[in-house]
Design a protein around this ligand. Structure first.
Ligand code: PHE
Length: 461
């Protein structure tokens, strides 16, 4: 066997570039596309947001994606190992990302579990006439946040959460190709079909055009606002799953002679294309809701939990073929969410395997079981919403952007590793990586990220 085959047998590997691309798209396309992008775009200039968004994609998103790819593909390791192979003392950057992923997994799973219940609720509109009251009340039995975190279990959310974890642990135990890869190969095409069907249904609703007008009418003066630019960069980073160690991990499973830059372009544009589709679907539905309740689209526009579990149920109750819209919408959240959850867990499992030379099943047990237990304990209680809020805030403050800035600065300035990484990318890559890339990664992107970070910390302080 060649050294590459031995390595693949030991660590696991994707069977082809196509599987890698689908897995990377699977990670990128998640809740952020469906419930975050449409609202962020609407709030930040509508049609005019496309400009900062595209600039963020081209000047920061894709270049940073290339960096993650270069790290993992060249150093052939999980995030900590890839950093350690660059320079011993930087291993902690990888573990920082591993920690972030472990925390995100705890609550990401909960949202998928809720979506599973809501997919069934869609059929008979179980939320009745007041979806908001139903969500916090009957469904979550949410306790008052001031009561702190208490462990009163709610069976209705315990069961789907257990289902999510059983499925995900089985996928992880199956390994890189048969688990992670196969999941994306199957789920991503199904997701695309489900979502396109949803968009068609939504476009047929009365009021859809008003929704689309509200989303796409450009507010050019928004471009003068730095917050709008910060929102664009923030959305690109979250949406492409960069800076989490995910893309480092996935690219370490790709054959050595692979065109990584060409792959990155495909992943970047596929993710943004899907994001745009999500904007169209979500705002068509919101336009319908505004018309049906005789208000402006701005009065019903929302994102996140509120969009999925309060606004959409209301739409599903009122729309013709609402049940179908509901099943397609929640199925999309589940499929998009699962492929992202799998990618976050792979970061942790891969790191533990590389470090402690554990078997696939052993590492899955050691990593995924404790995360699952914490997830189930915290998120099947009456305090689920409170915990979600705390974790989300924590991750946003200490997580993604900070580790992204630090790692770019360390790689570019302390290690001066960018030329070597560029040379690696250029060996088999179809997009030539040159000085422009070095300039973007060492100066432009970290500067923009630092500005966003400072702004965020100031806003929350
Ligand atoms: N990229 C995912 C999305 O758009 C979010 C995500 C971030 C998933 C980090 C996994 C890890 O929803």
């Amino acid at each position: 066997a060649t050294p590459e085959q031995t390595e693949a047998a030991r660590r696991g590997a994707f069977s082809s570039r196509r599987v890698f691309i689908l897995a990377a798209i699977g990670s990128a396309v998640g809740l952020g596309n469906i419930w975050r992008f449409p609202y962020v775009a609407y709030e930040n200039g509508g049609g005019a947001f496309i400009l900062p968004y595209l600039i963020a994609l081209l000047t920061a998103g894709i270049p940073f994606l290339f960096l993650d790819y270069a790290l993992g593909h060249r150093n052939r390791g999980s995030a900590p190992l890839s950093f350690a192979r660059l320079r011993k003392g930087t291993e902690f950057l990888g573990w920082w990302q591993v920690g972030i992923c472990a925390i995100i997994a705890i609550y990401y799973a909960a949202i998928i579990g809720w979506s599973m219940r809501y997919m069934f609720f869609s059929v008979d509109k179980a939320w009745g006439s007041d979806p908001e009251k139903f969500f916090g009340g009957e469904f979550l039995s949410a306790a008052d946040p001031s009561a702190g975190v208490t462990f009163d279990f709610v069976p209705g959310i315990l069961v789907p959460l257990l289902v999510v974890w059983v499925v995900v642990i089985a996928i992880m135990a199956l390994g890189v190709q048969k688990g992670v890869g196969a999941t994306s190969v199957i789920f991503i095409p199904v997701l695309l079909l489900a979502f396109v069907a949803l968009v068609v249904q939504a476009l047929l609703l009365p009021g859809a055009t008003e929704g689309l007008n509200a989303l796409f009418t450009p507010n050019w003066s928004a471009l003068k606002d730095t917050a709008v630019w910060a929102a664009a960069f923030g959305q690109i980073f979250f949406s492409l799953s960069i800076g989490f160690g995910i893309m480092i991990t996935y690219s370490s499973y790709v054959g050595r002679r692979t065109d990584m830059t060409g792959s990155g372009l495909v992943v970047g544009f596929a993710n943004s294309g899907f994001e745009l589709l999500c904007g169209i679907g979500v705002f068509s539905a919101l336009g319908f809701m505004a018309q049906a309740s005789g208000v402006q689209v701005g009065d019903v526009a929302s994102g996140g939990i509120g969009l999925a579990f309060i606004a959409f149920p209301a739409i599903i109750s009122q729309a013709p073929a609402g049940g179908l819209i509901g099943v397609l919408f929640f199925a999309s959240l589940i499929l998009a969410g699962l492929t992202s959850l799998v990618s976050i867990l792979e970061v942790v499992i891969s790191a533990v395997r590389d470090k402690f030379e554990m078997s696939r099943v052993g590492a899955t047990a050691v990593v995924a079981l404790p995360i699952a237990v914490v997830s189930v304990l915290l998120f099947s209680t009456t305090s689920a919403l409170t915990v979600l809020d705390i974790m989300d805030n924590f991750i946003n403050k200490f997580g993604i952007l900070l580790v992204a800035v630090v790692s770019m600065l360390v790689i570019a300035w302390a290690l001066r590793a960018l030329p070597a990484l560029a040379r690696h990318l250029n060996r088999y890559g179809s997009i030539p990586v040159r000085g422009w890339w070095v300039a973007l990664i060492s100066v432009v992107t970290p500067a923009v990220l630092a500005l966003i970070l400072v702004k965020e910390l100031r806003d929350t302080a």
